[in-house]
Write a protein that binds this ligand. Structure first.
Ligand code: EPU
Length: 421
């Protein structure tokens, strides 16, 4: 695998317009959901990310056929000849979201074997809630030689209460339940916009789903699904990252193709920090030139403040005078970027689940490592206004979730070059 690095020079305030790509965390479950039908599905605004290519490979490994129309960011998928029930270890090891094929393959084929996901940089991330849900729908679950196996001749609808509103568990259970016999009610379900996008795609394929976007989802099973055309929602975390790029560099950026309602918590916190934000339909203008105020943040499930924006806020708060506190409640190990920020001169202490950030005047460029996707993006933001030159290593993490990130930043005036190594 190519690890790659970015070399970034201190840049002036970023300025210009940037178009946001389709959502990574929507498109991954939606590609998995195409496994529920043998008819053609056409998905538009698909970001060409390495995680998306892994999901595409998984579909093909099961026997599906896929075709990219790159110019129009459209992916056509036809899963007529699904001839396997096992998701290969190699592909599952590349991406945890591979586990999202479990629900659809089980519902379609009556059994599935998926490699048990290993630990990952941001936490242990178990799949117990996914499995509890599939078991409640009547699947027999076992673990064999590192694989999780689920079997059920016919899934049966039931009431499922999730102990925690897990995004992935809600998605896997929804996908399994659309072909189950009778009604499934998922309570304390996740309410993220990506759940609503998945429900809209499934409904376009003929599924009967009510209540997505609320904490109670009702699904009436149908015998089969047909194909559909669907456009992926804009990526709210990519949009939020560009908002922080404007805020952190004191720039002026206009973000197009976005849904401001999906960004409420980030917008509220930026305004609290004295960043100017205006909304115009599906566009947002951010002006980060004023004197920033310190803030406190606590990550929560949607519509609370997203864990996927936590690291990018660290990049801004590292130079926001005063004491800032960020508390991470979703993942137990999502402060791996803090030591990297400290190498750049940030003053940050970790106390249990909180990072206490004493804003400094300026960060300084040095060599740092992207420890995960969002951490990598955050280090880029910090490097853009750090004194001198910063080298960011292991940038393959960033390519998993940001489409042409360096190119989009260069168009806004960032001095960033990519070195393949
Ligand atoms: N959890 C369990 N048991 C389960 C499932 C989850 O204990 O069976 C725990 C996790 O360990 C974690 C918490 O619940 O502590 C939240 O996990 P969740 O299932 O909600 O997250 P996910 O589905 O694994 C998705 C996104 C993540 C994002 C989280 C939270 C995708 C492909 N991934 O992960 O995105 O951080 O929701 O919003 O949708 C990213 O894009 O950088 C990213 C990590």
């Amino acid at each position: 695998m190519r690890l790659g690095k970015f070399i970034i020079e201190e840049s002036g305030p970023l300025q210009g317009r940037v178009r946001i790509s389709g959502s990574k965390n929507s498109v991954l479950p939606i590609i998995a959901a195409t496994l529920l039908t043998d008819k053609t599905c056409i998905i538009s605004d698909v970001p060409r990310l390495t995680d998306v290519l892994v999901m595409q490979n998984l579909i093909e490994d099961f026997g599906g056929s896929t075709a990219w129309d790159q110019k129009n960011e459209r992916l056509t998928i036809r899963n007529t000849n699904i001839n396997k029930t096992e998701a290969s270890y190699e592909l599952c090891a590349k991406m945890r979201a591979s586990f999202l094929v479990a629900g659809p393959i089980l519902a379609r084929m009556g059994e599935v074997r998926v490699s048990l996901p290993g630990g990952c940089a941001i936490g242990t991330r178990p799949v117990d809630l996914h499995l509890k849900g599939l078991a409640a729908l009547g699947a027999e679950i076992s673990t064999e030689h590192g694989f999780i196996c689920a079997r059920a001749k016919k899934l049966r609808g039931t009431n499922i209460y999730l102990d925690f509103p897990s995004v992935g568990a809600t998605e896997n259970i929804m996908m399994a339940a659309v072909l189950a016999q009778g009604q499934t009610i998922i309570q304390n379900s996740a309410v993220e916009p990506e759940i609503v996008d998945l429900a809209n795609f499934l409904s376009a394929c003929g599924a009967k789903i009510r209540g997505s976007g609320t904490d109670t989802i009702r699904i009436n099973g149908v015998d089969e699904l047909h194909g559909a055309e669907h456009t992926i929602i804009p990526d709210r975390i990519e949009a939020g990252t560009f908002m922080l790029a404007a805020a952190a560099t004191g720039g002026d950026i206009r973000i197009t193709n976005t849904v401001p309602d999906h960004l409420r918590p980030a917008i509220a916190k930026l305004r609290e920090a004295n960043v100017q934000i205006e909304e115009f339909g599906d566009e947002i203008a951010i002006a980060g030139g004023g004197q920033r105020r310190p803030i406190d943040i606590k990550t929560m499930p949607y519509p609370g403040f997203p864990t996927d924006m936590q690291a990018q806020f660290v990049a801004m708060l590292a130079t926001t005078r005063g004491t800032n506190i960020i508390t991470e409640t979703i993942f137990e190990n999502r402060f791996m970027h803090i030591p990297e920020f400290k190498r750049m001169g940030a003053e940050i202490k970790i106390d249990s689940r909180s990072a206490i950030i004493e804003g400094v005047e300026k960060l300084t460029g040095t060599q740092v490592k992207a420890t995960d996707l969002r951490a990598g993006a955050a280090l880029i933001l910090a490097a853009l206004r750090a004194e001198g030159q910063t080298e960011i290593h292991d940038i393959y993490h960033i390519d998993r979730g940001y489409c042409a990130f360096d190119e989009k930043l260069r168009n806004l005036g960032a001095k960033i070059i990519r070195i393949d190594e």
